[in-house]
Design a protein around this ligand. Structure first.
Ligand code: ATP
Length: 233
């Protein structure tokens, strides 16, 4: 469904992505794992048209989307939930969700029902300003806003960042339900163990390059992953 071939991205003289090739199939959950600055955000931003790539190709359902405007990619079902839960703090929960549905025109009742089905935590806070929600609820709102756009692929940039363990567990549970419902997801995460717990497959990024990739259960057992990320001999 989504395929990147030899994607390279520069910020001025800084090479943030170096010939990255990867793919996400229909209904698949894929994680991008890597330390700070490995290039995870740059990769997601390149896919959603926010950062121009310098070389390579990005294919969506077999067609190149290189150079497409972000709002057109949203219409094609490529939805990006950015790092740092950028909800609109002064708008209510409902208004934030309505904005998520903008590419669909007026949101349907079924869209709200779907969002609350995954995130019942938000259902009784419809009129509350987004900025008054807890950190975990804000992240849920950011993801629910993404769902309102009918994603074919839901890309989430470090969705667990800064959240308490109990909220992380809750998000993992919700991602499991989304996966069972066939939602394709591409999730970036620094914590290898947590990332691979939810994924079918993973790509380990190191200074802009794919260092390792494979099925999640194989990566979790891979000597190189164990040594580099779990600090074990
Ligand atoms: P983080 O977890 O910190 O978000 P990341 O894996 O998402 O890390 P990126 O944010 O994609 O990594 O950064 C990849 C590289 O590109 C880093 O060296 C970073 O300093 C650099 N970089 C990112 N954004 C810019 C920018 N706007 N201008 C210049 N360099 C940038």
């Amino acid at each position: 469904m989504l395929e990147l071939k030899n994607v390279t991205l520069f910020y001025g003289a800084v090479r943030a992505l170096d010939s990255v090739s990867m793919e996400v199939g229909t209904g698949e959950v894929v994680v991008l794992v890597g330390a700070n600055g490995a290039g995870k955000s740059s990769l997601l931003r390149a896919i959603s048209g926010l950062n121009p790539i310098s070389a390579g190709t990005i294919l969506w359902k077999g067609n190149s989307i290189v150079g497409s405007a972000p709002h057109l990619l949203v219409r094609q079902g490529i939805i990006h939930v950015p790092e740092g839960r950028r909800i609109f703090p002064d708008l209510s929960v409902k208004e934030n969700l309505v904005i998520g549905a903008y590419c669909q025109g007026k949101p349907k009742e079924a869209d709200f029902e779907k969002a609350f089905n995954y995130f019942p935590e938000l259902a009784d806070k419809l009129d509350r300003p987004g900025g008054l929600l807890s950190g975990g609820e804000q992240q849920m709102l950011a993801i629910a806003r993404g769902l309102m756009a009918h994603p074919e692929i839901l890309m989430m940039d470090e969705p667990f960042m800064g959240l308490a363990p109990i909220i992380r567990e809750r998000l993992i549970e919700i991602f499991g339900v989304l996966k069972r419902d066939g939602q394709a997801m591409l999730i970036s995460e620094q914590n290898v163990e947590m990332a691979l717990e939810i994924a079918d497959r993973g790509y380990v990024l190191e200074t802009g390059k794919v260092a390792l990739s494979g099925p999640a259960e194989e990566l979790l057992k891979d000597e190189r992953v164990v040594q580099a990320y779990f600090g074990l001999e």
